[in-house]
Design a protein around this ligand. Sequence first.
Ligand code: NAD
Ligand code: AKB
Length: 309
Amino acid sequence: MGRILVVGALGQIGTDLVTALVKKYGSDNVIASDIRDPQQDPGCAFEILDATDENRFKELVTHYQIDTIYHLAATLSAKAENNPLFSWDLNMKSLLITLELGKSGAIEKLFWPSSIAVFGPTTPKSNTPQKTITEPNSVYGISKLAGERWCEYYHEKYGVDVRSVRYPGLIGYNSLPGGGTTDYAVDIYHKAVKGQRFECFLEKDCVLPMMYMPDAIRGTLELMDADPKLVKERSSYNFSAFSFSPEQIADVIRAELPGFEIAYAPDQRQEIAGTWPDSINDAAARADWGWKNEFSLESMTRDMLKNLS
Ligand code: NAD
Ligand code: AKB
């Protein structure tokens, strides 16, 4: 077995993914990388890697005998609107470098996450199907949709074993989110445990699909472990757990912390959120490779509050 390279490993997902990979495969078999230095020991080897630097990618793949890449580096939805061309360049160029590594046979397997951001204002909003209208109108959504098309293309034309899910908003306690539209659903818990009032940048009734990080990491590893014949969707799988609005999550937090207060000051992130589905149909992931979420909004909330306290 070759080693695993995690790109963008210091971000919200990478922090938990590296821990899970080290636990599963051992610290000698996992290499964490990012464009910045770690603030704490990632528990395995760490290398600086700019995901748009093809030569450095090749150097690390050869040096560490990498056979699997988890490519997490990207600019997320809210941040991408501030710098569209930079974000397009990072999100696309880095993906194409990793797909080319798959095409050349330098690596055997690639994970690249897509997002519910591939959907847009013309997509059916509820129980959004796997295959449906995808006309995103955010920079991030456009890059994720193009990325999905490239993944399927490289799989069909060159046999690249690339696997992907359309993550919903992810919520975890080990790391902070990096500039997305669903970030409020992490920040709210940090304020709640400090006994502070939370000001939400989305409208109180804006329902979005969300998932607890332990489920997201387990599902990601299950997809990567699945028999290739079972992975029928090579663009990206719908991937879902539950949905809620800011008002609903605040009610569930209040059931645990009765004094918790929330106020609303919607900003430009509401424009993005308003174009995304309120719920996702992930029947294909469940049927093809057995995806099943464990956490609900209520059990996630109890676990978040316990761990953050
Ligand atoms: P994040 O912003 O928290 O982390 C991204 C990491 O990439 C950061 O550590 C950053 O330093 C690093 N990075 C930035 N530019 C880089 C570069 N040029 N080279 C190497 N590293 C670079 O993001 P995340 O939430 O961990 O998301 C990871 C992936 O999952 C992204 O592709 C994102 O679109 C996708 N995703 C995330 C969510 C979510 O809710 N977190 C939902 C859907 C999809
Ligand atoms: C974001 O809000 O940008 C991400 C995502 C759903 O892709 N959390």
